[in-house]
Design a protein around this ligand. Sequence first.
Ligand SMILES: C[S@@+](CC[C@H](N)C(=O)[O-])C[C@H]1O[C@@H](n2cnc3c(N)ncnc32)[C@H](O)[C@@H]1O
Length: 220
Amino acid sequence: MQDQRAELEWREDRVPVSVRFDDPYFSLEDGLAETRHVFLAGNDLTARFVDGFHIAELGFGTGLNFLTAWAAWRAAGVPGRLQFTSFEAFPMDVSEMEKALAAFPEVAELAGHLIAAGGGSAEFMDATLTVIEGDARETLAAWDGKADAWFLDGFSPAKNPELWGADLMAEVARHTVPAGTAATYTAAGFVRRGLEEAGFAVTRVPGFGRKRHMTRAVLG
Ligand SMILES: C[S@@+](CC[C@H](N)C(=O)[O-])C[C@H]1O[C@@H](n2cnc3c(N)ncnc32)[C@H](O)[C@@H]1O
């Protein structure tokens, strides 16, 4: 899986769709609102932010989730730095990232910083972004960090099952602080069971848009 790039098609010349996984990178309706609902509210982030707060993510994609979390961090006005680590097997070219992010004027300024930094790991004024390239099933096991909150954002579990397996959920738990959290847009049974087996207390809550349910998890 070394050095593989994302292969994209564009829906309405606006939403990137993975050719490899046949799935869009974010909601066709409103990707930013979905990120806020699923990942920010799902992890109760704004109330929990403290200096050094560490978010980790499976699937960096366009960087939209990072930018949305970073914007929320700035809006919260917490002094210090946000840490954000994301695992990505098929990085996007920075020009494709730029095109995808152009749909979200609310994060345009931060997107400009990310693009200027080449679309990957960088030290920003108030945030550290680390993008770990490679298959998360290998790279997460080797990671020496622990996250306060996880964004589980693989493509749909039916199309990208390797990013949702029980072994990987066990690694997510192993890389989570006590009482840390995880959130995902899916409520697929095997994902919930994997999280439970890994030691998370799992709840099903209302999803975004047309999705009836999503999942929140708190490490016991
Ligand atoms: C739904 S997209 C993520 C969207 C992203 N969070 C954003 O803000 O744009 C899923 C991502 O998971 C990545 N992915 C799929 N399988 C993977 C694997 N085995 N290891 C690491 N990343 C993987 C894909 O390349 C894709 O970027």
